[in-house]
Ligand binder design. Structure first.
Ligand code: BG6
Length: 470
């Protein structure tokens, strides 16, 4: 299956995600020998020809990919590319796919089709109809981008419509945070070691923070974002998926169904997200942007407390935060352990303990895990200092072998491996738990660009404190 030739149809081929991640990612997969004998058919609403698309793709790889895109490097990849405008209709699309298949047919193997829907939730339905009309459902897998709907009703409608055309086994709902090395390392740490298993619960863990501040603004994505906001863009998607890896019970095996079952149980155990557990923020100046309503209520920042009512996690809050135009960029999952039962090292000066010890997963591309704890400061007397043990994946493996999240997941989808993808049931449960918040969102609070968000985040987490900035 791994070597099966593929026609990859990229919907939204000239969009932000395609330029930033998908086209450079496909180039890398190709160069890593993981995309042999394939063709890529780009399609979008833009009326352009193949030459123009190839130029757009090259510029994107130059700007967002790794290394210079020389003629020699580009030529073999460019040969795989073609373009058809979505406006040309389903028959033109079918024809473009068939032309590519004819090229690949000389290999004599069955040709797979991978439709990548890099389009907003509303447009996904149109694309699915088009694929149906074009007769491009057979031998196909589709990758769908988040957000999957914008609330429970729309997610259900979308999933129902998808299932009218595609079998669930053909559907890959991508959440690229699960493709990050450190996210998968949560599973490795938890289930490959005897050390962490006994402490992974309410008896030893005080609270968990999943913190993804971004310095980035909205670049060219304002129109999409205005109708989405930070909660739908990041929380019901990436942050909750990562939370599920952190919180789930050991699955019966690391196969797709057992993992999805355990994640679903976490989502079901979550208390509904109530407005009083959420801080919504909007950076000062957002309302002045083109495509933003003068009185826009879209949040560019959100922080919340999530409670999981099961035996493992009862009483252990999970604090989530993410937002645009914040002071620093980071993507950490930080587990704070309980304080020792008695204090022998009085707090104050630099003698005592200050705050909990932590296990931290850094989801940055250069992923890093660290365990920080207290030790004796060398020298006279008994003073403590914070020590840290670090494991940096990029220092122990060659960078060539590390795939970026999207690269890894596209490759998994081509092989039919659902392990790191999300399910309709899981996503619908998350929307269901979001109903109180979505029905009655607290007003957005302003925050200064370059800050850590509105002041109310400190009340939200008290008596704990945000781990960042380090
Ligand atoms: C995307 C969101 O899914 O993830 C963006 O739409 C966000 O708003 C991005 O910036 C963050 O991804 P990464 O891989 O850069 O952490």
């Amino acid at each position: 299956d791994m070597e099966q030739p593929h026609v990859i149809v990229l919907f939204g081929a000239t969009g932000d995600l395609a330029k930033r991640k998908l086209l450079p990612g496909l180039l890398r997969l190709f160069e890593a020998g993981l995309l042999k004998d394939s063709c890529i058919v780009g399609t979008s609403l833009e009326e352009i020809d193949t030459d123009t698309f190839v130029k757009i793709a090259r510029d994107a790889c130059e700007e967002f990919g790794k290394g210079d895109v020389t003629d020699a490097r580009w030529a073999p990849f460019a040969e795989m590319l073609s373009y058809v405008s979505q406006g040309a209709g389903p028959h033109a699309l079918a024809e473009a796919v068939h032309v590519s298949e004819a090229v690949l047919a000389r290999h004599g193997e069955e040709i797979g089709r991978l439709h990548y829907l890099s389009v907003p939730p509303k447009a996904a339905l149109d694309v699915i109809r088009q694929l149906d009309e074009a007769g491009l459902v057979e031998r196909s897998r589709i990758i769908m981008e988040k957000p999957f709907g914008t609330d429970l009703d729309s997610a259900k409608r979308l999933n129902a419509r998808v299932h009218e055309v595609f079998d669930e086994s053909q559907v890959f709902r991508i959440d690229h945070f699960l493709g990050k090395e450190a996210a998968q390392n949560i599973l490795a740490f938890r289930f490959a070691n005897g050390l962490f298993e006994p402490i992974w619960n309410r008896n030893f863990i005080d609270h968990v923070q999943i913190d993804v501040p971004e310095t980035l603004g909205l670049e060219g994505r304002t129109a999409f974002y205005e109708g989405t906001g930070a909660y739908r863009d990041m929380v019901v998607t990436h942050l909750m998926q990562v939370l599920a890896f952190m919180a789930m019970e050991p699955p019966t095996s690391l196969a797709p169904d057992p993992i999805s079952d355990e994640k679903l149980k976490v989502f079901r155990s979550m208390r509904p997200i109530e407005p009083h557990n959420v801080v919504r923020g909007q950076y000062n100046g957002y309302r002045g942007k083109a495509a933003v309503a003068e009185d826009s209520d879209t949040e560019t920042f959100v922080a919340l407390k999530v409670e999981i009512d099961n035996w493992r996690w009862a009483g252990v809050p999970f604090f989530l935060r993410t937002g645009k135009k914040l002071a620093e960029g980071a993507r950490i999952i930080s587990i704070a352990f309980k304080e020792p039962p008695l204090t022998m090292f009085p707090a104050g000066s630099n003698v005592g303990r200050q705050g909990p010890d932590h296990l931290t997963f850094d989801l940055a591309d250069q992923s890093r895990m660290s365990l920080s704890f207290y030790g004796k400061k060398p020298g006279p007397g008994m003073k403590l200092e914070k020590l840290s043990m670090q494991f940096a994946t990029h220092e122990t493996s060659s960078s060539a072998s590390v795939l970026e999240a999207y690269e890894r997941l596209i490759h998994d989808a081509m092989r039919g491996d659902h392990t790191l993808f999300t399910t309709a049931a899981g996503i619908e449960t998350l929307w269901e738990k979001s109903i109180p918040l979505l029905n009655d969102p607290p007003p957005v609070r302003g925050y200064a660009p370059g800050s850590w968000g509105p002041n109310a985040i400190h009340q939200l987490i008290a008596p704990h404190a945000w781990r960042l900035p380090f």
